[in-house]
Design a protein around this ligand. Structure first.
Ligand code: ZN
Length: 165
């Protein structure tokens, strides 16, 4: 069967930046299992897999707009420590993540990550760490099946490689 919207796809993958820097890969004994065409994976990958079937190897180069978006310099901010609640000061360190108002979209909240602390200045970014990157995927499709009604109503896969609940 060929991959279509709502197919349950099991696949092995490797992903790197366009420059060849390794990002992530499936473990040899545990392929990624997901609901195709529903945003479980990035848009460009969802699109590249439509029509493929078990055994197919797919190489896909995906631009930022169909991956994690463009890098937005206005989401890279320097804020003073005093802007954080007192009880958060101890946790303030590179890698600390928190939710805050989006600087440009009124009413929207976005995730920020602390990158650096210099005295009273905290350098934070609301960009995804892969924003602005072109991604290169190497995929091998293991299996394709139709989703059950329950999986479709939950929006994710159940069973092996999926949700257990
Ligand atoms: Zn479920």
């Amino acid at each position: 069967m060929k991959i279509a919207k709502n197919s349950v796809v099991s696949m092995h993958y490797k992903v790197a930046t366009a420059e060849g820097e390794h990002i992530d890969a499936s473990a040899p004994d545990s392929p990624l299992v997901f609901l195709a065409g529903t945003g479980n994976v990035i848009l460009g990958l969802d699109k590249a897999l439509i029509g493929k079937q078990a055994g197919d190897k797919v190489d896909a180069v995906i631009p930022p707009a169909e991956a994690y978006g463009d890098h937005d310099p206005e989401l890279d901010l320097v804020v003073s420590k005093g802007a954080f609640p007192k009880d958060a000061h101890q946790q303030l360190a590179p890698g600390f993540r928190f939710r805050a108002d989006h600087p440009k979209q009124e009413g929207a909240v976005t995730m920020f990550t602390v990158h650096k602390i210099d005295g009273d200045e905290v350098f934070v970014s609301g960009n995804h760490e892969l924003a602005g990157k072109t991604l290169s995927f190497q995929v091998e499709i293991v299996s394709v099946r139709a989703a059950t009604h329950e999986e479709l109503s939950h929006g994710h896969v159940h069973g092996e490689g999926g949700h257990h609940h």
